[in-house]
Design a protein around this ligand. Structure first.
Ligand code: DC
Length: 221
């Protein structure tokens, strides 16, 4: 079974998707992490010319931490799960993820993972492009202030100091959403058959419960 969860940054996708996967015994796949790892590689190489960079894309692989059960993201065999959350990666990831060659390679990997087992996969184009026939598609949204507050909270937990101002964070998140929504290839968009879930006033547990109930109501998988 494939559960596709898409939506803009900070809409609660990853935390919710992780809980849903745990509850259903599925694998959770954070596809944003894959684009972040490619971006990290480009930055580590000193932002080379894009034509050269895409000729020889790095190897990205995913694993699961045996202790925490969290997704691990490897760049050329090295665990970069922490590094990919850095500010510079976040600033450039929309650009790198808009490149056709990058998307083709990541989508192929995502399909291979989803075809091998039951997954809850979160991203921007899972229900529209990666798995247009997913059994359940959810498009999560929340108002921008709430999303920025959540991101700040996350940054605090990850000790990403100094923290940005809420207003500045709202502006950069909005910019990233606009870029992700207006790119030519597989932009952020709600699939016609996706269920819209506004999480502005929902707790993570409520969000997860709603998706679990939806998943349990599907009998023909
Ligand atoms: O979910 P995230 O913030 O970690 O995603 C980082 C970026 O990766 C996001 O701004 C757009 C891109 N992305 C994408 O283009 N397609 C996906 N399926 C997932 C993420």
């Amino acid at each position: 079974m494939i559960i596709a969860i898409d939506g803009p940054a900070g809409s609660g996708k990853s935390t919710t998707a992780r809980l849903v996967a745990k509850n259903l015994g599925f694998i959770y796949v954070d596809t944003g992490a894959m684009y972040r790892a490619v971006t990290l590689s480009w930055l580590e190489q000193g932002k080379p010319n894009i034509a050269d960079f895409i000729q020889d894309l790095p190897s990205i692989t995913l694993g699961i931490n045996a202790h925490t059960n969290e997704q691990q993201t490897f760049l050329n065999g090295i665990d970069v799960s922490k590094e990919i959350r850095g500010r510079e990666v976040t600033e450039h990831v929309s650009y790198i993820s808009s490149l056709k060659t990058v998307r083709e390679k990541m989508v192929e990997m995502q399909r291979n993972i989803g075809n091998a087992q039951s997954v809850v996969m979160d991203g921007r184009d899972i229900g529209t492009a990666v798995f247009p026939k997913a059994h359940l598609k959810v498009f999560m949204v929340a108002d921008i202030r709430e999303r920025a507050l959540r991101r700040l909270q996350e940054m605090k937990i990850q000790s990403m100091f100094p923290l940005p101002k809420l207003e500045d964070l709202m502006i950069t998140m909005k910019q990233r959403d606009e870029y992700d929504s207006s790119r030519e290839i597989d932009p952020l968009r709600q699939a016609d058959d996706a269920i819209l879930l506004d999480t502005s006033n929902l707790t993570i547990e409520d969000q997860a419960l709603k998706i679990i109930e939806l998943a349990n109501s599907i009998h023909n998988f």
